[in-house]
Design a protein around this ligand. Structure first.
Ligand SMILES: *[C@@H]1O[C@H](CO)[C@@H](O)[C@H](O)[C@H]1NC(C)=O
Length: 382
């Protein structure tokens, strides 16, 4: 069973990982193959491992500001995947505890090496586009992945890849709306590649490679928020250039594949995003400061879910409890009615469930905490 809920990923990271000393800027991290800035020979080798080249198509003459935000986010997110695969390959290669006796070990390593190289090229492509337009590239941060076995690693990256696919859809949609059609084709090439990767993750976990007929929508804000959980706080040199709202975390245990009540937990204590530069003043959100006062009961509070390409699904919060700063909201996971297989992106939102939202952008605007990424496994088992 997979759980890449905020509980697993974030583990309320700020409480478990000490922020590095605030005095000096975090050093950029790099890999043995030259990533994130490979030279020409290193790039040639990465392309061989990834079975293809970076696109040589001419970049569009200009891009809108919002599309630069997408590029920075892609630069940030694809680098995380590159470092993840590198660490997983190292764990298997060194036979670390939890990564021993992998089925089809040689084949698995060959596949993972191709995925590392592929993610590196997705990253370098975004870096090159930013550099072409004289924008700073986003330096890698230090990461801490919530996995200690091979199976956990595959479950984690599968859910993360589902989320990435949803976000790349959002990126394409936003670029099209901004008039940057020239940017969309390359992104769709990366998106379909991520789907191929996830088909393999699902298959080796004993699940049907087909997740849903239309994979789940995510948004840049939700993805940036949930990825805070894998970043060592204060270790990013310049990820704060990514101008996207970061929501405080929402956690839930992965539910079974049936309609059931879920306890969502969150904290109204002051919250600092992990990507904030070390030493930055604590950022606290209006929603948190006022949350307790505003929401002494469940009125006007819902859990909203994104699943497939459906409109957001809202369910009322049934009960709300606080233990100090720690809040628990109970709400239904309406799996049966909406066939909520695959990824669900859940958020605690300030709206009456009857009103709900026409689309994911409205949902983002009303979000107080989130997202929790839920992925129950039922009939998908093969
Ligand atoms: C690699 O193994 C270490 C433990 O040896 C673990 O902490 C880390 O999360 C693992 N990373 C991946 C990506 O498998």
């Amino acid at each position: 069973m997979r759980s890449f809920t905020a509980a697993a990923v974030l583990g309320l990271a700020a409480t478990t990982i000490a922020a590095p000393t605030a005095t000096k800027k975090a050093k950029p991290t790099s890999l043995a193959d030259g990533f994130p800035t490979p030279n020409a020979n290193q790039l040639d080798r990465i392309e061989d491992l990834a079975f293809g080249t970076l696109s040589d198509a001419a970049p569009p003459p200009s891009l809108k500001d919002d599309t630069f935000t997408s590029l920075r986010f892609i630069n940030f997110g694809e680098a995380i995947e590159s470092f993840f695969f590198n660490e997983l390959i190292t764990n298997i290669t060194l036979n670390r505890p939890g990564f021993q006796n992998i089925p089809n070990r040689d084949q698995t390593l060959r596949i993972l090496r191709s995925m590392r190289a592929t993610e590196e090229l997705h990253t370098v492509n975004a870096e090159n586009a930013l550099s072409h337009f004289k924008q700073d590239i986003i330096q890698p941060c230090q990461y801490k992945f919530p996995v200690s076995t091979f199976n956990e690693a595959i479950a984690f990256i599968s859910t993360a890849t589902d989320n990435v696919q949803g976000v790349l859809g959002d990126v394409i949609n936003k670029a099209a709306a901004a008039g940057d059609a020239g940017f969309t084709r390359g992104v769709s090439g990366a998106l379909s590649n991520e789907g191929e990767q996830d088909g393999w993750f699902r298959f080796i976990m004993g699940q049907n490679p087909n997740q849903k007929p239309f994979n789940t929508i995510s948004t840049r804000e939700y993805a940036f928020s949930v990825l805070q959980g894998v970043v060592v706080p204060g270790s990013c040199a310049n990820a704060d250039l990514i101008d996207l709202t970061i929501f405080p975390p929402l956690s839930a245990a992965n539910p079974p594949a049936k309609t059931t009540d879920i306890d969502f937990t969150f904290s109204i204590a002051p919250f600092t995003p992990s990507t904030a530069p070390a030493g930055k003043k604590i950022q606290s959100f209006a929603t948190q400061e006022s949350f307790h006062k505003k929401h002494s009961n469940v009125e006007g509070l819902s859990i909203a879910y994104l699943n497939g390409q459906d409109k957001p699904i809202c369910v009322p919060v049934k009960s709300l409890h606080f233990n100090g700063f720690e809040g628990t909201a109970k709400a239904e996971f309406p799996f049966d009615e909406f066939k909520m297989h695959g990824l669900s992106v859940a958020a605690l939102v300030e709206v009456d469930a009857k009103t709900c939202f026409a689309n994911q952008d409205e949902m983002v605007k009303a979000t107080a905490f989130g997202p929790a990424l839920l992925e129950p496994v039922g009939d998908e088992r093969i």
